[in-house]
Design a binder for this molecule. Structure first.
Ligand SMILES: Cc1cc2nc3c(=O)[nH]c(=O)nc-3n(C[C@H](O)[C@H](O)[C@H](O)COP(=O)(O)OP(=O)(O)OC[C@H]3O[C@@H](n4cnc5c(N)ncnc54)[C@H](O)[C@@H]3O)c2cc1C
Length: 294
């Protein structure tokens, strides 16, 4: 079995497979999406730990199963064979496998705003469940427009009543949405953002093209993403409209023998969901193999 990606989803799949005596090779590039966030939240038993601490203990526990191997490398090509798949990597030889798990996650595309990348995961955040509590009752901006901004405003207004939506261009809202914003004193700024001014990733102010400046303690940003690896495309796995790998409730993709889990295969972005879906993928692959062999 080969698992592409050895973060939370990949390790979780490996644990289910290792405990089922399956021979597993995890290939991991070592750059999980949450690497810059100082503390991870909302995952039972590990609330407030660093993302790295969670991965280290997960890897240590998974690698206790002698049939599981972990290599640091990047899978670059996937080829479908008559039976199974061939995966070639940047450093190593080509590996073959009968079933494949894609747990390679997604890559966030940062906007061209000075200071954005430095603050990402520290005070510019994507999710109220992961980091909203830490910024409760604070002066907060939402960088987004249209439906995504309205959705975030609905969630974040539960955590603070000092909310401004920065549309970074002409606002695109329905009359009903605008009324809800007015009822809750949520203001809208359409000015083009030039810079997020910060200290070590902690937002202080946001400056705009018209030279105005506003102060904030936290910023939510709804930004686009792409699959972290193009292996799903190489293997002709269908994607959803949003860009996630399409799976059924057992994490099977539309390409037989290929399973997908974690962020790459779900809009519910959290460690808990990555662990859940990885566990499901691992268990379902084992069940499929048992069925084939029984
Ligand atoms: C800034 C930020 C903060 C977050 N904070 C929280 C939080 O507090 N709590 C929470 O529950 N969730 C949080 N999340 C969400 C959480 O980090 C993700 O849901 C989770 O990391 C998804 O796990 P994953 O295994 O699917 O992908 P990732 O953790 O992104 O890991 C994917 C792995 O695959 C590897 N990979 C990619 N392509 C290849 C390839 N071709 N070959 C080999 N390896 C490859 C990568 O190097 C990486 O190691 C946060 C996300 C972000 C972006």
């Amino acid at each position: 079995m080969i698992i592409i990606g050895g973060s939370y989803a990949g390790l979780s799949a490996a644990m289910a497979l290792g405990r089922s005596l399956r021979k597993v090779l995890i290939i991991d590039g070592g750059i999980p999406c949450n690497r810059q966030t100082p503390h991870s939240h909302n995952f039972l038993t590990r609330d407030g730990d660093t993302p790295q601490a969670i991965s280290i203990i997960a890897r240590e526990q998974v690698l206790r199963y002698k049939t599981v191997q972990f290599i640091e490398d990047i899978a670059v090509n996937a080829r479908q064979l008559e039976k199974g798949f061939e995966i070639s990597t940047q450093k190593g030889p080509a590996y073959t496998t009968n079933k494949l798990v894609i747990a390679s996650g997604i890559k966030d595309i940062h906007p061209d705003i000075m200071g954005f990348s430095e603050c990402w995961g520290i005070s510019v955040i994507h999710c109220p469940y992961c980091h909203g509590y830490e910024f409760r009752h604070k002066k907060t901006a939402i960088i987004a427009n249209g439906e995504r901004a309205a959705h975030l405003a609905m969630l974040v207004s539960n955590l603070t009543n000092q909310l401004t939506i920065l549309t970074n261009g002409v606002a695109a809202f329905e009359a009903e949405q605008l009324q809800k914003f007015r009822d809750r004193d949520i203001t809208i700024t359409e000015n083009k953002i030039t810079e997020i001014l910060h200290t070590n990733g902690h937002v202080q102010q946001i400056s705009f093209e018209d030279a105005s400046i506003q102060s904030f303690d936290a910023v939510y940003a709804a930004i686009p993403f792409i699959q972290h690896s193009d292996l799903p495309t190489q293997l002709r796995c269908e994607l959803t409209e949003q860009g996630h790998i399409k799976t059924d409730s057992f994490q099977k993709t539309t390409t037989p023998g290929v399973f997908a889990c974690g962020d790459g295969a779900s809009p519910m972005r959290s460690i808990a969901n990555a662990v859940y879906s990885g566990n499901m993928a691992g268990s379902m692959i084992n069940a499929e193999l048992c069925k084939e062999q029984f």
